[in-house]
Design a binder for this molecule. Structure first.
Ligand code: C2O
Ligand code: CU
Length: 493
C-alpha cells in the first residue's frame, strides 16, 4: 500500500496506457520510458521526515496583502530536487489565514511560460472584475492585482487557491500551483493542542526530476500523479503524544485523484467539509474527498505507537472503465506516518463550544428548477477530440452564457451523470446545499462547493443567488476534464 512500491503500481499504470493506446491506434504509447528501469529514488525520497507546515500569512486589521509569484523552480519535492511549478518558490504555496469581513489583496506575478490566473476556490466573493474572475488571463511577464472582499458572515472553514486558466489548469495544478486559505470564525475556536494544514497532492516526475507529460489516455481518465505528497513531502511523519488533540485542515489538491482518508488507530471526528459544518464533531471511520474538496478534522491520539494516514481507495471508474484496465485509479495508499509517543493519556470527549449553524434553503421557496448533465462522448472516452467533453452536449465556450439566473433567486439544480466515470461538480462562488442523491432526500443536507456525482447517478442541490451578481462557471473538478471542455457559464443578474 505504500507509494514506495512503484513496480506493481506503475506496471498496472502502464497496462492502462497500453490498452487505451490500442483503442486509439497507438496514441499514448509515447509514455513508455519504463519508469522502473531508472535508478531508484534517493533515500530521502522514501520519506520519514517530519511534516513541515506551509508558511502562514495572517490578515491584520481586516487586511491580508499577498505577493504571489508563479514560476518554474527547482526545489526539493518528495525528498529530491525537481523542476516544478511553484508559488513563491514553495510547494504548496503559503497558507492564508483570514477572518470573515476581511479584504484580501493579491498581486499575482506570472513568471511561467504561459498564461495563468487565480481562483479562490470556495470563497463567497464577487466573481467579477478583480475578484474571483475565471475569465482573467495574466500573460507571462505580467502581473494582476486581485481583490477579494469576504462578507462579514462568510462561513469559517478551509478553502484553497489555484490557477484557473482554461486549457492549462490540469498542467498548472498538477505541476505544483496550489495553497490553502483558512477562514477563521470567532465562535468555532475548539481547544486543541495544535493545528495543522495538510495539502494532499499528486505529481508525476521523470527520473531526472522534471514534470512528466501525461498520455492522452491519462488525460481522458484524469491524470493521477505517481507520487502522492502531503505538503510537498513524500510519506512525512506526524509526531504527537497520546491524549493530544489536533485540528487538521486537509485539502484534496490532486488533479483527479479521489481520497478516502482514514487513520485506523486514532480517533477521527469530522467538523466539516468545504464550507459545511457538522452540528457536533462526528466520529468517522473515513472521509471521502473528491478532487477540490476539503475536510476539517479533529484527530485525537488515543493509542501510542506507529500509525498511518491512509487513503483507502475509491472506485471512480466502475464497470466499463474497469474493462479498460483502469481499476487502479484512486487506489489505496499511505499518505503519512503517525508517530504517537506515550503522553498524558486519553483526552476525553472534545469540549465543543457553540457550533456554527448552517443555513437551510429547504425553508425557502424555489424560484427556478434546472437540470444539468455531464457529457462525455464515445470519442472522448477513446482519448480523442477534446470537444467531446462538456455539459448538456456542449463543450465550454467562454463567450456563451449557458444558465441565466435572476439575482436573488434560490434555485434547485439536478446534476445528472450518465457517463461511466464519477465527476466532481464544482460551482464557483456559491456553495450548494445537497438535498437529494439519486432522487432520495439525504438525511442531513450538507453544504459543499464540490459535489461528487457518481457514474450513472444524480444529485439535487439548492443554490442561493442572493449575493455577488455576475458571470462565473461550473465545471468538473477532474481538471483534465475541465480543460477538455467540461465547464459552462452561469450569469446572475
Ligand atoms: Cu478548484 Cu473552478 O476550481
Ligand atoms: Cu469529469
Amino acid at each position: 500500500m505504500s507509494p514506495a512500491e512503484p513496480t506493481r503500481r506503475q506496471a498496472i499504470r502502464l497496462g492502462v496506457v497500453g490498452l487505451a493506446g490500442i483503442a486509439v491506434g497507438g496514441v499514448g504509447l509515447s509514455r513508455t520510458c519504463a519508469p522502473w528501469s531508472a535508478p531508484g529514488p534517493p533515500a530521502a525520497a522514501r520519506g520519514g521526515a517530519e511534516l513541515v507546515e506551509p508558511e502562514i500569512l495572517r490578515s491584520a486589521d481586516g487586511l491580508l496583502r499577498v505577493d504571489l509569484v508563479a514560476a518554474r523552480q527547482e526545489i526539493e519535492v518528495a525528498g529530491r530536487q525537481a523542476q516544478v511549478l511553484t508559488y513563491n518558490a514553495t510547494l504548496p504555496g503559503p497558507t492564508w489565514r483570514v477572518r470573515a469581513g476581511d479584504r484580501i489583496e493579491v498581486r499575482l506575478a506570472n513568471d511561467l511560460d504561459g498564461p495563468t490566473n487565480l481562483h479562490t476556490h470556495g470563497l463567497l466573493v464577487s466573481p467579477e472584475g478583480n475578484g474571483d474572475n475565471p475569465f482573467v488571463s495574466v500573460a507571462p511577464g505580467e502581473a494582476f492585482d486581485y481583490r477579494f472582499d469576504l462578507p462579514t458572515d462568510h462561513p469559517g472553514g478551509v478553502y484553497w487557491y489555484h490557477p484557473h486558466h482554461h486549457g492549462t489548469v490540469a498542467d498548472q495544478v498538477s505541476g505544483g500551483l496550489y495553497g490553502t486559505i483558512v477562514v477563521e470564525p470567532d465562535d468555532d475556536a475548539l481547544p486543541v493542542d495544535r493545528e495543522r494544514t495538510l495539502v494532499v497532492s499528486d505529481i508525476s516526475l521523470t527520473p531526472d526530476g522534471r514534470l512528466a507529460r501525461p498520455s492522452p489516455a491519462e488525460v481522458m481518465m484524469g491524470r493521477e500523479g505517481t507520487s502522492i505528497l502531503v505538503n510537498g513531502q513524500l510519506l512525512p511523519t506526524i509526531s504527537a503524544a497520546t491524549g493530544e488533540r489536533e485540528r487538521w485542515r486537509v485539502v484534496n489538491a490532486c488533479t483527479s485523484r479521489y481520497l478516502r482518508l482514514a487513520i485506523p488507530g486514532q480517533r477521527v471526528e469530522l467538523l466539516g467539509v468545504d464550507s459545511g459544518h457538522e452540528p457536533l464533531p462526528r466520529s468517522v471511520e473515513d472521509v471521502l474527498l473528491a478532487p477540490g474538496n476539503r475536510a476539517d478534522l479533529l484527530v485525537t491520539m488515543t493509542t501510542a505507537g506507529s500509525d498511518e494516514l491512509l487513503t483507502l481507495g475509491h472506485d471512480r471508474a466502475g464497470g466499463m472503465m474497469t474493462m479498460m484496465g483502469a481499476a487502479d485509479l484512486s487506489g489505496p495508499a499511505t499518505l503519512a506516518t503517525l508517530a504517537v509517543r506515550e503522553g498524558s493519556g486519553w483526552a476525553g470527549p472534545a469540549q465543543v463550544p457553540s457550533r456554527v449553524v448552517d443555513p437551510d434553503l429547504r425553508d425557502r421557496a424555489v424560484d427556478a428548477v434546472r437540470e444539468i448533465s455531464f457529457t462525455m462522448s464515445m470519442q472522448a472516452m477513446m482519448g480523442g477530440a477534446a470537444g467531446a467533453m462538456g455539459f448538456d452536449g456542449k463543450s465550454f465556450d467562454a463567450d456563451r452564457t449557458d444558465q441565466r439566473v435572476e439575482a436573488g433567486a434560490v434555485e434547485s439544480w439536478t446534476i445528472r451523470n450518465p457517463t461511466p466515470l464519477d465527476h466532481p461538480f464544482h460551482l464557483h462562488v456559491r456553495p450548494m446545499q445537497v438535498v437529494e442523491t439519486d432522487g432520495r432526500p439525504v438525511a442531513v443536507p450538507t453544504w459543499r462547493d464540490v459535489v461528487d456525482v457518481p457514474a450513472q447517478g444524480e444529485v439535487r442541490v439548492l443554490v442561493d443567488f442572493s449575493r455577488h451578481p455576475g458571470r462565473s462557471v461550473y465545471h468538473c473538478h477532474v481538471l483534465d476534464h475541465e480543460d477538455a471542455g467540461m465547464m459552462a457559464t452561469v450569469e446572475a443578474r
